[in-house]
Design a protein around this ligand. Structure first.
Ligand code: HEC
Length: 150
């Protein structure tokens, strides 16, 4: 996740430079799909890190938990659209497009566990929030272990 942070900062500077040059179009549609996938996954990572900050008591924003969990659930709902045919690249392994059925199961587990987390966060029940958070973290890991370059 540190890697993502560094890349995020560099990516933002690069994106800004591109905007300043007035060249908003990506070099190719595939490159656009990889950028969008990484930016969206970085948002998923951001909401997860923010949730961890709250869970660890780094900040007293427990009232924000439902917002982060709801955003994670919404983002999980579009995760399946981030891997269109022909968008290989970035840290996405080719196995994504070779094992379509298995990959679809990881996506479904992501959606389900994120929805569970959102429900738990809405309830405000600390025990349920902790359990649901662990389930969601497991869904991230299970997909990254097999489908993301480490
Ligand atoms: C169904 C598979 C799958 C699930 C579930 C999943 N990810 Fe990912 N994630 C990927 C893949 C594949 C990449 C690599 C994307 C690329 O570079 O093309 C990635 C990339 C990332 C990145 C790096 C983004 C960047 O800046 O390059 C972060 C951060 C991340 N995921 C966080 C998470 C978190 C947190 C969760 C769970 C809440 C999660 N992901 C769930 C497949 C998944």
């Amino acid at each position: 996740m540190e890697k993502a942070k560094r890349r995020g900062a560099a990516g933002f500077t690069a994106a800004l430079a591109v905007c300043l040059m007035g060249a908003l179009a990506p070099a190719s549609a595939d490159e656009g799909a990889v950028d969008y996938r990484q930016n969206t996954m970085a948002a998923v990572g951001g909401h997860m890190h923010a949730a961890v900050d709250i869970l660890r008591g780094k900040v007293s924003h427990s009232g924000h938990m439902a917002l982060h969990a709801g955003a994670l659930s919404d983002l999980a709902g579009i995760a399946g659209t981030l891997f269109p045919e022909g968008s290989a690249g970035g840290d996405s392994l080719p196995a994504i497009w070779e094992n379509g059925d298995d990959f679809a199961e990881r996506l479904a587990a992501f959606e389900e566990s994120a929805a569970n987390f959102a429900t738990a966060a809405e309830s405000g029940d600390a025990g349920a929030i902790g359990t649901a958070f662990q389930g969601l973290g497991q869904a991230c890991k299970s997909c990254h272990d097999d489908y993301r370059a480490q």
